[in-house]
Write a new protein. Structure first.
Length: 154
């Protein structure tokens, strides 16, 4: 970040501005994706039409198998009014209306939470997956582990 500031390619922003940007990004249906560590160094705001990863996942029959996510979305049939807001916002096309109630294909759900944030009836919640993943403390730790595993195969 300091390099970008020094080069004039970026500006410092407040924590409040960061939170506002993240909230607006999610409102627009962008998927918030931090790096894969407990101390994230960046957060992407991606859509499934432009993001290299999400656009590829969208083409797969089971995107949830390819992502590292601890959550999936679940609809409360009693609260859902079948408005279709969640269908429109889902980047993985994991939600369909069936008998005027939203249904989620868990194998397509990447747990982004956009449907939860947009549901006007609060009929959708994120639930923890059975298998849980704890990210490495830092990206350096992750890369060290990847290098270690690669060395075993050489």
């Amino acid at each position: 970040a300091q390099l970008y500031l020094d080069q004039g390619w970026a500006r410092k922003i407040s924590k409040e501005e960061v939170l506002d940007i993240l909230e607006r990004s999610q409102e627009e249906g962008l998927v918030l994706q931090p790096d894969n560590s407990q101390k994230p160094t960046f957060i992407c705001s991606c859509c499934s039409c432009c993001c290299e990863s999400l656009s590829r996942y969208l083409k797969m029959p089971r995107p949830a198998d390819l992502t590292v996510t601890n959550y999936y979305a679940e609809v409360d049939d009693e609260l859902c009014i079948g408005c279709g807001t969640c269908v429109e916002i889902c980047p993985m096309q994991a939600i369909k209306l069936k008998n005027e109630i939203s249904t989620i294909k868990i194998k397509r759900c990447i747990g982004c939470g956009n449907c939860v944030a947009k549901c006007p009836e609060e009929a959708i919640q994120l639930r923890k997956r059975e298998r849980q993943f704890t990210p490495f403390p830092t990206m350096d730790d992750l890369f060290d582990k990847v290098a270690e595993r690669k060395a075993r195969f050489n």
